[in-house]
Design a protein around this ligand. Structure first.
Ligand SMILES: C[S@@+](CC[C@H](N)C(=O)[O-])C[C@H]1O[C@@H](n2cnc3c(N)ncnc32)[C@H](O)[C@@H]1O
Length: 396
């Protein structure tokens, strides 16, 4: 068994983190945001440990190591085929939906915002934990120059609020189609204080229906990056491409989409299939299932993520699975989780709306120009001309 010194140690709120894979393993402890100066213990005395050497078939190691909560994981081809087989067999055993089930299935798709609104009405801000690992996962968010993030499907702000609080160079524009989530977010003191600094705005937005709705952002081209955390997976597959187009409209030339989402053959997919049993209303397709609360979840292969973003004109900068083992000491079980990490960049070439195909109508902005333009600008603050002016300057 590996010694605990082989592992990174993070603050409790960071143990869910997720650095991007085995090539990060040799990174020294002090390079990791939040790494404790007393490396082996948190203030409560518990060791919170994440990354370690990949451990195929090592599920007992984590249970046998009381200090470990999370550790890196990898799956052999054999394990992956077994999982694929389990999923296919479970899905094949689900009968064709009867008329009532077909009706329910259509309702899960067509009334998705209602199911999420109910979810937040029940859970408020208590369900998701603040996500403190995003600066480690996406170093762009540690910038010291003004940088606007569009958070898509922001929920109650568990990703955006910690990011903006940690870095005053960031401005956050956010949307979610669940009005109860936006109410909980916008009525929080944390949000008000960021609004007071002119650094945050959130509104109700269904990404399958159109671009960001609130002026001045509704005309697009304002965001350096869009953060999509576990949101595309909440859509039926046939609505994903349209949603990405609506997000893309908000990006500046060269802007990026930062993605974290559920990965194919995750333990969550397998256990959800078990609870679904033969209820045909809750199987939309092999990888798209309906949870007990009526919300949809899709488990992505890397290939489909690549096709989706390349199809929308993005360049794939990073795309990989993150696999982690998690020890649930209560039931003495190990969960093997799989997430997708991706970063996708828009080309720096932007077509002028309504233009023809002469050179005059294609405006090229190099990334270095964009950075120069941002460096001379006053710190980003929300106002009618915020960022849109900057963007207009950059492309004129
Ligand atoms: C799993 S939660 C993730 C919340 C948040 N991104 C986070 O990581 O904490 C999925 C979120 O996506 C939102 N969502 C789902 N479909 C959406 C859509 N079509 N438009 C906007 N938001 C959507 C839900 O309301 C929910 O807040």
């Amino acid at each position: 068994m590996a010694s605990s010194l082989d592992y990174y140690v993070m603050r409790p709120e960071e143990y869910q983190t997720v650095l991007r894979g085995p090539h990060h393993k040799s990174k020294p402890l002090h390079d990791l945001p939040g790494a404790s100066s007393s490396p082996l213990h948190s203030s409560s005395g518990t060791r919170y440990t994440i990354a370690g050497p990949p451990k195929a078939n090592a599920t007992n190691d984590i249970l046998d190591s009381p200090d470990l909560l999370w550790m890196e994981d990898e799956m052999t081809q054999e394990e992956l085929s077994q999982r694929k087989n389990t999923v296919s067999t479970a899905v094949k055993s689900v009968p064709q939906p009867n008329p009532l089930q077909a009706n329910n299935k259509a309702r899960f798709i067509n009334r998705a915002s209602q199911y999420w609104a109910d979810f937040y009405a029940r859970n408020g801000t208590r369900f998701f934990k603040d996500r403190h690992y995003l600066g480690a996962a996406f170093p762009e968010f540690n910038t010291t120059i003004p940088y606007t993030i569009l958070e898509v499907g922001c929920g109650v702000g568990n990703a955006l609020l910690p990011l903006l609080e940690a870095n005053r160079s960031l401005v956050g524009i956010a949307g979610d189609f669940a009005p109860t989530a936006i109410d909980a977010l916008t009525s929080s003191e944390r949000y008000s204080s960021l609004v007071g600094e002119g650094r945050c705005h959130a509104t109700v937005w269904d990404i399958t229906k159109g671009p960001y709705p609130d002026p001045p952002y509704s005309t697009g081209g304002f965001a350096d990056a869009a953060l999509m955390q576990f949101v595309i997976s909440a859509l039926p597959v046939d609505k994903m491409s349209g949603a990405i187009e609506n997000v893309k409209a908000a990006l500046k030339p060269g802007g990026k989409i930062m993605l974290r989402d559920y990965g194919d053959l995750d333990d969550g997919q397998i256990s959800l299939l078990k609870t679904i049993g033969s209820d045909a209303s809750r199987v939309i397709d092999e990888s798209t299932l309906v949870k007990q609360d009526g919300t949809i979840v899709h488990y992505f292969t890397l290939e489909e993520v690549r096709n989706m973003f390349e199809g929308a004109g993005f360049i794939v900068e990073e795309l990989e699975f993150i696999r982690r083992q998690y020890a649930n000491r209560g039931d003495k079980k190990v969960r093997r989780r799989t997430w997708v990490h991706g970063k996708f960049r828009l080309d720096d070439v932007q077509e002028t709306p309504g233009g023809d195909d002469t050179n005059k109508d294609i405006v090229v902005v190099s990334k270095s120009d964009a950075i120069e333009a941002k460096e001379v600008d006053a710190p980003a603050r929300l106002s009618d001309d915020h960022d849109k002016t900057k963007c207009a300057c950059m492309i004129s």
